[in-house]
Design a binder for this molecule. Sequence first.
Ligand SMILES: [Zn+2]
Length: 298
Amino acid sequence: MLNAALAGEQDVPEHADHDPFHFDYVDSDEPNALALCGDGHSFIGVTIPLLDRLWQSASRVADSADVATLLNMQLSEAERTSMNVQQRIAVGVFRLELLFIVLHEWTHVVHGHVRPDDAGFANEVLARNDGNIEQQARESDADGYAAYHMLENIINGPERAHVVSVLAMGDKTVDVQEKLLLCCFIIAVAAYLFTCEPQEVNSETAYTFQHPPQALRMNLLMKSVKTWCYQNRQTLHEWLTLQPFQRLMNLVATATWGMNGGDDWSEQIRFLKSPDGMAYAERVEVALIEQIKQGYRN
Ligand SMILES: [Zn+2]
């Protein structure tokens, strides 16, 4: 399914030159996703431990009564026989998590973050301390571009029919469907980020990360989500204020509690609200805007 989608890639003049895509699973001891260019291919890989972790987090979300209430599926007998509510949520959230991760890696290629025969690549899941602000900006760029394309795909594109069917939204109005599709995307990204162990951040370590701390990643990504909504669905843009966003985040934090080693993001948020933290976050955002302005051709 992913290879078919990647093969249908349109020629986008703003993208960096790259070879055709190939997706595959990778055997490894570590949860990770990667993008590599070489030998005439742009390779996107997801390791088996990461798939296991995504399925675990999606299953946790599926156990949440609050998520079931939000989705309010009214299953017919036939629908229930094929998959019950919990199974549908797990399948739907897992698929959205995986699509987001693949689009994040895809961005690393089409935005020229990965060059042919690059030796090293980031670990997308385990925290590392050999990064810098430029690299964090590239990771945020990959998050934002992936989020934008996810929404385009699940609300305006071919993925919509599939998610609507899995999550049994067919009987709901278009407006309700779209709000729920947006919620499901936010839930899936949050579920993925909540499974990564929160990085311990202070005014020194912040500048050495490969990815911004999860709380900042989510914030920057949501700017891209807001932009898509503003350009495509004014009603969603007006609806998506801080309150519903925080409600979704709390819901997923509760559902996935303990998966990341038992820490929440409160330390990160405390730092990001401090003067040092605000200065750091601004550096990341300025670097991100600079990269977007420069373009990705070469
Ligand atoms: Zn990345």
